[in-house]
Design a protein around this ligand. Sequence first.
Ligand code: 4AD
Ligand code: MG
Length: 430
Amino acid sequence: MKTTISEVKQFVGKEVTIGAWIANKRSSGKIAFLQLRDGTGFIQGVVVKADVSEEVFQSAKSITQESSLYVTGEVQEDARSPFGFELLVKDIKIIHDSVDFPITPKEHGIEFLMDNRHLWLRSRRQHAIMKIRNEIIRATYQFFNENGFVKVDPPILTGSAPEGTSELFHTKYFDEDAYLSQSGQLYMEAAAMALGKVFSFGPTFRAEKSKTRRHLIEFWMIEPEMAFYEFEDNLKVQEDYVSFIVQAVLENCKLELERLGRDTSKLEKIKAPFPRISYDEAIKFLHKKGFDDIEWGDDFGAPHETAIAESYDMPVFITHYPTSLKPFYMQPDPNREDVVLCADLIAPEGYGEIIGGSERIHNLELLKQRIDEHGLDTEAYKWYAELRQFGSVPHSGFGLGLERTVAWISGAEHVRESIPFPRLLNRLYP
Ligand code: 4AD
Ligand code: MG
């Protein structure tokens, strides 16, 4: 019976064949332990000299790391392994001998691992992080589908710049200028006027010269947008959504979290509602904490965000930022023109901002004024302004950065591990 490691629990006491690679191996004169991986999981194969032919035992002893093989054996329960099963090997058919696999069980430097990202992905740790990333994506679709949202795909090649013009990837679009999308938001606003509640999931690009553990040049964003949703309604969706994905990972990625050594007690606490602090309060709080240099009107850096996040064991919303700090499309607070109806969601444990969102301006005149003030090309935003001309309604939305969320939930230090092939300031290879 040909099967996969993830399915072996159905075959306890039975003989199965699995296509696999050798992750690691150890052997003595009488027994060999093969750490097998097949993509779906990891299992130990035990080869007992007395139970197999001499040829099979010699293959098991001499097989090299990352060689590929078909392995046939009996599935046994194994209380000692976290996976719960092992394979009592009867036969081995080597498919391909791997010679000098560069990533050995010893420690390697990060640049070496990044140069070998195409191979590093095979490691247990990277496997676990990719499975968690996949679970977050799966749970995202489930959450939005169950809550009446329609998936809409905004374009990648665009003529507009929602988040400011300084970080755009420029390209030629035949005779015109185009940019790689830095956010699908503006298009999602058009979609919300057509479909009510929508969400997107796709790659976005920022030509940011930032070299931090939170910044990628290419990252994936989930961008919901909701017609008739005001500021408070927007926060409710965000806290419900983030709680949902954290609980989904806890439930469906137990082995992966254990393999990563993630402290799950911290994740178990993540349940809506989330605490909120206004920008004004945050500034006062930071002054109390000894950050004397920051003044009202300054943006927060990573140390500020971390200091704020440390006083909560939940993600925290920082709301009502100064208008001058935020993009042109944000709705001003009706009681106070100098702040906008926005919120950033800051993850616990120092992972920083995972969501940026706001209510959007729905008054045509105000929007046009903001487009002018920000020096944006009126022609490029003509269609966007027109959304306010034909039955304009209050609406809100947000963007969740997938890689920062994966890093937080996995407990990975740096976002470079939370995407298969990271694009970083100095890295386009592999
Ligand atoms: O705060 P940002 O720039 O917001 C927007 O783009 C809005 N248009 C979203 C919306 O309202 N539809 O980005 C949203 C999130 C951030 O909170 C962060 O998680 C992630 O995207 N992000 C990055 N992730 C990795 N590397 C970068 N360079 C990122 N820039 C933003
Ligand atoms: Mg932001």
